[in-house]
Design a protein around this ligand. Structure first.
Ligand SMILES: [Zn+2]
Ligand SMILES: [Zn+2]
Length: 373
């Protein structure tokens, strides 16, 4: 196929943030187009919250700004308090327990924070958040409490996003904020990135998500050397200027050197820009034609696809009855989408101790592609 998939390196500790090698266990990928570039710092670093037999969940940890985004709120116990405290937005695929039971943990850690938490999800989300908050007694909260709010934003699967606020100072009573019209299925749009969703069929609507970085900014170390410019924190500032579409005349201060204009750094190719990174997350979906074409539209050419791959091919009837993918089907979708890296996840516990079989079938789906199933 002309595609070199990286060797699968076993199974342990796929979610371990200390593993920084490009060859993470359970990660499959094509040779990187960034290998010739140096000092590539992406806007976010994605990593699974749990090991592959655990609940699905993906953390997008921002390289700057002490911020994180979470896809799904299942078991969050592997996330330390410091990581949870950085989460600004959570996106919930559907309201099955293994994708929402972590709401309590995130609430407990954020209760004394002042920054809001936004939660995006499918129809029923606002009622679900309200029901969760009503479980507890809030007599200790009043006007003097920390000004923390949860904003639940519920996509109607078409062009509307209805929102409600739950303020700590109001004992988390529900406060409707009205609906906003969406011109596209982009649930969250910021200058540096957006998050879009697509509805898939899991017997119920289940959302898949794509995080799209607006622009990628890389530093060319060789050009820095030729220009006799040092590395250092000034490069972070310069990259942030580029990301925010600053004027080319903006001044960049370089320690020990004369100030430079941002435009001059760009035209000297010390900083180069390119298409932003795209990270897709898809879990709990039936292997139907409609799901495949919707997911392909979302994931085509992505840098990453995190995808459920829970069942062996011999159990495909069981997977179909539960509206889930097999590992072989997941691999075939990843191949059809021509993603750069893909990570199978959300394995059924029935295969504990037989993880390699799932990884092998996922690899087979990647290799044989979509036409042979
Ligand atoms: Zn489910
Ligand atoms: Zn699930």
């Amino acid at each position: 196929m002309g595609v070199r998939w990286l060797e699968n390196c076993g199974s342990a500790a796929m979610h371990d943030p200390k593993i920084s090698s490009g060859k993470r266990s359970g990660w499959f990928g094509r040779s990187s187009s960034h290998s010739a570039e140096q000092h590539v710092v992406f806007l976010v670093q994605p990593r699974l919250v749990n090991e592959p037999f655990g609940d699905a969940g993906l953390l997008l940890d921002f390289s700057f700004g002490s911020r994180a985004i979470l896809f799904d709120l299942g078991d969050l116990t592997p996330l330390p308090a410091g990581t949870i405290s950085r989460i600004r937005q959570a996106f919930v695929s559907h309201l099955h327990m293994d994708h929402f039971a972590g709401f309590d943990r995130i609430l407990r850690f954020l209760l004394n924070r002042t920054a809001d938490l936004q939660i995006f999800g499918p129809p029923g989300l606002m009622d679900a958040v309200e029901a969760k908050l009503r479980c507890y007694t809030w007599n200790l909260l009043d006007e003097t409490s920390g000004d923390f709010s949860i904003i639940a934003a519920e996509w109607d699967l078409r062009d509307g996003l209805a929102r409600s606020r739950f303020k700590a100072r109001n004992k988390f009573g529900r406060e409707p904020l009205g609906a906003v019209a969406l011109a596209s299925p982009r649930l969250l749009v910021e200058p540096d990135f957006h998050v879009e969703a697509v509805e898939l069929d899991h017997g119920i609507p289940c959302l898949a998500f794509a995080f799209q970085e607006s622009i990628r900014v890389n530093v060319r170390k060789a050009r820095l050397n030729e220009l006799d410019l040092p590395t250092g924190p000034w490069l972070t500032t310069a990259k942030q200027l580029v990301r925010s579409h600053a004027d080319p005349g903006a001044i960049v201060k370089i320690p020990g050197r004369a100030d430079m204009k941002l435009g001059d750094l760009l035209s000297a190719k010390a900083l180069v820009t390119g298409p932003g990174e795209r990270i897709c997350y898809a879990t709990d979906l039936a292997f139907t034609e409609a799901n495949q074409s919707r997911l392909l539209a979302l994931a085509e050419g992505s840098d990453y696809l995190f995808i459920e791959a829970g069942f062996l091919d011999e159990d495909k009837a069981i997977a179909a009855s539960k509206r889930h993918l097999t590992a072989l089907q997941a691999g075939s979708i990843a191949a059809a989408a021509r993603v750069s890296r893909c990570v199978p996840m959300h394995f059924s516990p029935r295969y504990l101790g037989r993880e390699q079989l799932l990884l092998d079938e996922f690899q087979r789906g990647l290799t044989t592609g979509p036409t042979t199933l």
